[in-house]
Design a protein around this ligand. Structure first.
Ligand code: C2O
Ligand code: CU
Ligand code: CU
Length: 503
């Protein structure tokens, strides 16, 4: 029996476990592994999210209008799915801005409930961050503005309203935010939608009526795990390759699922960038993990006329309820169909430069403070997120080292707002190559100690906090989150205004 059939019969969550009894649970476990390889028709052209249009205001800021709206999306035959989107029914446009540019995002909430839009990975003032303290009420337009000041990187946006981030993100309010940097551009594939291809990867569960099901695996620990994969909102996608090299900007925009990306022929590919931008040099591999919220840019080489599939392979990091949470799954993601003749044109690079960018430089920095964070039981350091509690303040202009550990049997990761960090060590050793670039979200393998170095540069505000949290969205909603402020010299941690602590 297929897993989703089983789930439909037995219903949702732990209540179901009590009904099933131990014998039924055993059967459930035995059938809980999902393998879609060869079972998905990869025959829908991959949708490329449009680039967001913009205007320039009187002050010279580039203005993007983003309308949050409810709609219907036809993912498959039969009834359309009720979804949310940004300037459309599902997902949103790709925003692009250059380093040094002033931007203003006009976020209009056309939904019937309060939500927010957070710029994940962006360095910006906390009041512009779109976290739980910047809710946008129905009918209102929120207009954060800031100057983009960070390296070229693939960032993204999604809702971050307290207690409902998982639900609102699952409905589809997600898009990419690409930062370009003209002073820092090695010759890489960069023609959007041609040899530079965004891939927003999401798992979804559909009910019998084609609606998104918020089905939580029986005894699962991570929240919703879907059994069908959307890329840029396309179910069963293929992409027509027309160039010898293609750069994929992979975003794990799933609520909870961990992907172990690789190709059907186990070909090698080059990892060129992580969350915060380019690595110092490309790293060749045949597998790549991405936990929720993480991004990776990879470059893949294709031969004329060939077909190869991107998949997710089983993972070794499942922990206590791994199989129930999808860690044993093997999933088809997207087919790549190379044309019989590939472009031979200077616009499309055919070689990956050996040197890409400066390596992170915080290993030798003077450390102003060290902090430890232990993630367990929907809490960080034994405390649940409280909207009115600022957990600590950091000092502008200093480098801190945060030591983070996942201390229970389930998957967690760790995301910090405002900064990109450098993973100094994992269990005392130099991190693996895929963790040697700038990161804002890191997978926490259970029991390992991650030492993260980060520099807090500007945007001080004693009263408006940034978040740090597990990016498995149900965990975040359940309280695995905390708040910090960036303080100017001599400043003290302030208080969060009552107007913003209601939810
Ligand atoms: Cu993707 Cu707190 O965010
Ligand atoms: Cu974020
Ligand atoms: Cu978690």
């Amino acid at each position: 029996m297929e897993r989703r059939t089983v789930l439909k019969i037995i219903g949702i969550g732990l209540g179901g476990a009590a009904v099933l009894g131990a014998g039924g649970l055993g059967t459930y476990y035995a059938t809980a592994r999902r393998d879609t390889v060869g079972a998905v028709d990869l025959d829908s052209p991959l949708v490329i999210p449009p680039l967001a249009e913009s205007t320039v205001d009187a002050a010279g800021a580039r203005v993007f209008a983003l309308g949050l709206q409810a709609g219907e999306t036809a993912f498959k035959d039969g009834p359309a799915t009720r979804t949310w989107g940004v300037n459309g029914s599902y997902l949103g446009p790709t925003i692009r801005a250059r380093r040094g540019e002033r931007v203003r995002l006009a976020v209009h909430n056309g939904l019937d409930q309060e939500t927010s839009l957070h710029w994940h990975g962006m360095h910006l003032p906390a009041a512009m961050d779109g976290g739980p303290h910047q809710p946008v009420t129905p009918g209102a337009t929120w207009e954060p503005t800031w100057t983009v000041d960070q390296r070229a990187a693939t960032l993204w946006y999604h809702p971050h309203v307290h207690g409902a981030t998982a639900d609102h993100t699952y409905r589809g309010l997600t898009g990419l935010f690409i930062v370009d940097d003209e002073t820092d551009t090695p010759n890489l594939p960069s023609t959007y939608g041609v040899d530079d291809v965004p891939m927003i990867v999401q798992d979804r569960a559909f009910d019998g009526n084609n609606q998104f099901a918020e089905r939580i695996p029986l005894a699962g620990s991570l929240g919703v795990i879907g059994d069908e994969i959307l890329v840029n909102g396309t179910l069963g996608p293929y992409f027509d390759v027309t160039t010898g090299l293609v750069r994929l900007r992979l975003l794990n925009a799933s609520n909870a699922r961990l992907y172990n990306f690789g190709f059907s022929d186990d070909r090698r590919f080059a990892l060129i960038a992580t969350d915060g931008g380019l690595l110092a040099e490309p790293w060749e591999t045949d597998r790549l993990y991405l936990s929720p919220g993480e991004r990776a840019e990879i470059v893949v080489a294709f031969e004329p006329g060939e077909t190869v599939d991107l998949r997710s392979y089983p993972s070794e990091f499942g922990g206590a309820s791994g199989r129930l949470d999808g860690f044993d799954d093997r999933l088809d993601i997207c087919r790549f169909r190379a044309a019989d003749t590939l472009a031979d044109d200077a616009a499309f690079p055919t070689e990956i430069p050996g040197a890409l960018a400066d390596a992170p430089d915080l290993a030798g920095a003077a450390v102003a403070a060290e902090r430890t964070f232990v993630l367990a039981s929907d809490q960080i350091n034994g405390r649940s997120m409280a909207m009115d509690r600022i957990d600590f303040g950091v000092r502008e202009g200093t480098v801190e080292v945060w030591e983070v550990t996942n201390d229970n049997g389930f998957l967690h990761n760790f995301h910090v707002h405002d900064v990109q960090f450098q993973v100094l060590t994992v269990d005392g050793a130099e991190p693996e190559p895929h963790l040697r670039g700038w990161k804002d979200t890191v997978l926490l393998v259970q029991g390992r100690r991650y030492r993260l170095a980060m520099r807090f540069t500007d945007h001080t505000d004693p009263n408006v906090p940034y978040m740090y949290h597990c990016h498995l969205l149900q965990h975040e909603d359940d309280g695995m989150m905390g708040q910090f402020v960036v303080l100017a010299e001599g400043e003290q941690v302030g208080t969060i205004s009552a107007a913003h602590t209601h939810s």
